[in-house]
Ligand binder design. Structure first.
Ligand SMILES: [Cu+2]
Length: 125
């Protein structure tokens, strides 16, 4: 009887630790403002993630995409014409998207690695 109680207590402790020790949390809640970067800003594609994965940028800024992975990625803004492939270990310079994308918040995806590779982009004038 005494042994059973001990085993149960141990099981409960393990369960609590598994549930409570979340720590990490992959959701990128830390959105950055890139409108202050000047005429252009850079987004890196690293380990199947956009870096940064949540940001605000101006449509008047040009964008440099740096793919640091060996794999092909895409920079695709859902519900917009923006859909660019970036080969592995390649850097792409994109022109400003003024007139192509209305101000608003859009979901950013890599067509090849979604749903794991996504982000959120807010475009301002
Ligand atoms: Cu990808």
């Amino acid at each position: 009887m005494r042994r059973l109680a001990l085993v149960l207590g141990l099981a409960l402790a393990v369960t609590a630790a598994a549930c409570g020790g979340d720590g990490g949390g992959s959701a990128a809640e830390d959105c950055v403002d890139l409108t202050t970067e000047g005429d252009s800003f850079t987004v890196r594609l690293v380990d199947n993630e956009f870096v940064p994965s949540c940001f605000t940028a101006s449509a008047a800024q040009s964008l440099t995409l740096v793919n640091e992975d060996p794999a092909l990625h895409s920079f695709t803004l859902e519900d917009t014409p923006i859909d660019v492939d970036i080969s592995g270990d390649e850097t792409l310079d994109l022109d400003p998207i003024t007139g192509q994308v209305d101000p608003g918040t859009y979901r950013l995806i890599c067509k090849y690695h979604q749903p794991g590779m996504t982000g959120e982009v807010t475009i301002v004038e």
